[in-house]
Design a protein around this ligand. Structure first.
Ligand code: FES
Length: 123
């Protein structure tokens, strides 16, 4: 039924927001791939906990309700650039009903920062 679709908002490295309907049980990596979201380099290891490119930052109220991390996720997250207190690996987070309406942020990459600021200032 249509009740199993949740709306999730992704904000990419450039601050561009994509709002997509997602199905319960998909991981956030599945969603990014299926919806072809414009997030460069996301999910390099295809969800095998061998990279940290699927790093996402959650709202605190959402983060607090997520399933606990396994050791492998903790180890990989440690290597992630721009780690925050509400960071998780997107391939390890499965969409659940209560996540309807949440917003997840892709951390900004240090290399993209200069280009982005130039782009903004010339507008
Ligand atoms: Fe590599 Fe999530 S896609 S750890």
């Amino acid at each position: 039924s249509s009740g199993s679709k949740m709306l999730v908002h992704f904000v990419n490295q450039s601050g561009v927001k994509s709002s997509v309907f997602v199905t319960e049980g998909e991981t956030l990596l599945d969603v990014v791939i299926k919806k072809n979201l414009d997030i460069s380099g996301f999910g390099a290891c295809e969800g095998t906990l061998a990279c940290s490119t699927c790093h996402l930052i959650f709202e605190e109220s959402v983060y607090d309700k997520l399933e606990p991390m396994v050791d492998e996720e903790i180890d990989m997250l440690d290597l992630a650039y721009g780690l925050t207190k509400t960071s998780r690996l997107g391939c390890q987070v499965t969409v659940e009903r209560w996540m309807d309406g949440m917003t997840v942020h892709v951390p900004q990459e240090i290399n993209d920062q200069r280009g982005k600021q130039e782009a903004v200032s010339t507008k």
